[in-house]
Write a protein that binds this ligand. Structure first.
Ligand code: NAP
Length: 295
């Protein structure tokens, strides 16, 4: 972000990079304590099926993050023609491996695989990505399971900035299973009054203008503009979009106009993105602690 733009914005920036760094330091010290108590460190096992360059990049980032906090990590690979049975067997093997604290199945999976079925094979005690149907169900009844990472990162960011959720009107634009729906459920669990919008929502602006907390989880560059935002609203932009002719990632929110109307806003990049990996590490440490207590 240019210095000129920084000076012209009215809203407070919700700095995900800085917040995630603080959380990583907390996790690093949690890992040291864990090691002192149990003699080993938490271990994140990533399952990578096929040759998807974006997945390779994400898994490498997660590995570096594990290294940074002192956790072990490993990558289990299957080739792009892997069968459903091979994928499920690998996950079952990792479920049974006492040295593995958390399992991350990097998605999307190759087309021949039934992705939800593979994700569902991950034990709820090791589903540190929080995206199996069991974990998502846990979000509804408040039992079992880890929260899925990007939605949990959004809630954590609000908490770390002392932004109250209870009693607020929240609008989530987007209803995907990995982002829109779980973040809406988490906001509801924290006693916000929640509306979910999607591609068939008529008069989107009328709804977004009611939001005290507006979460954009759409995947459409700059869909949400300043005029769609209630003055003083908190705006969370989860979007990462590539736009021809522009450098870097572009959010779902038109930052310049939105930052003049909102009270708090996440930048892209440096807002929601860094929080996701921080939550993955936190879930892995928790999984290791819970496993250690159970033995
Ligand atoms: P997705 O599965 O494509 O879902 C997009 C949602 O947006 C759908 O529910 C869709 O509605 C809705 N939508 C599309 N066009 C719309 C419009 N014009 N008005 C209102 N709603 C509209 O995307 P996703 O996986 O949730 O990801 C959303 C964005 O978040 C992407 O930019 C992605 O890169 C980013 N993301 C970031 C992180 C991170 O920060 N770590 C993690 C995950 C995703 P329908 O359901 O009606 O089709």
């Amino acid at each position: 972000m240019s210095d000129e733009l920084k000076c012209s914005i009215a809203a407070v920036l919700l700095d995900g990079t800085m917040t995630a760094k603080t959380i990583r330091k907390e996790i690093k010290s949690g890992v040291e304590k864990f090691k002192a108590q149990y003699g080993h460190v938490p271990h994140l096992a990533a399952v990578l099926i096929g040759a998807n360059p974006a997945s390779e990049t994400y898994v490498a980032m997660k590995k570096r993050a594990c290294d940074w906090v002192g956790m072990d990590s490993s990558i289990y690979r299957l080739n792009s023609s892997a069968t459903q049975a091979e994928a499920e067997d690998l996950v079952a093997k990792l479920n049974g491996d006492k040295l593995v604290s958390g399992i991350l199945v990097q998605h999307p999976l190759p087309k021949q695989l039934h992705e939800p079925a593979v994700l569902d094979c991950v034990s709820v005690h090791k589903d540190i990505d929080g995206i199996s149907r069991m974990s998502l169900g846990g979000l509804i009844n408040g039992e079992l399971g880890f929260p899925s990472c990007t939605p949990a990162g959004i809630i954590e960011l609000l908490d770390r900035y002392g932004i109250a959720i209870e009693g607020k009107t929240a609008v989530v634009v987007g209803r995907s299973i990995i982002l829109g729906k779980p973040v809406a459920m988490m906001l509801l669990n924290r006693n916000a009054t929640v509306t979910i919008c999607h591609s068939r929502t008529p008069n989107l602006t009328e709804v977004t203008q009611t939001a005290d907390i507006l979460v954009a989880a759409v995947g459409r560059a700059e869909l949400i503009t300043g005029d769609m935002i209630k003055p003083g609203a908190v705006v969370i932009d989860a979007g990462y979009n590539r736009v021809a002719g522009r450098q870097g990632d572009v959010g779902d929110v038109a930052f310049e106009s939105a930052s003049r109307t909102s009270s708090y806003i996440t930048p892209v990049p440096g807002g929601v993105g860094p929080m996701t990996i921080a939550m993955l590490l936190r879930n892995t440490l928790k999984a290791a602690e819970m496993a250690a207590l159970a033995t």
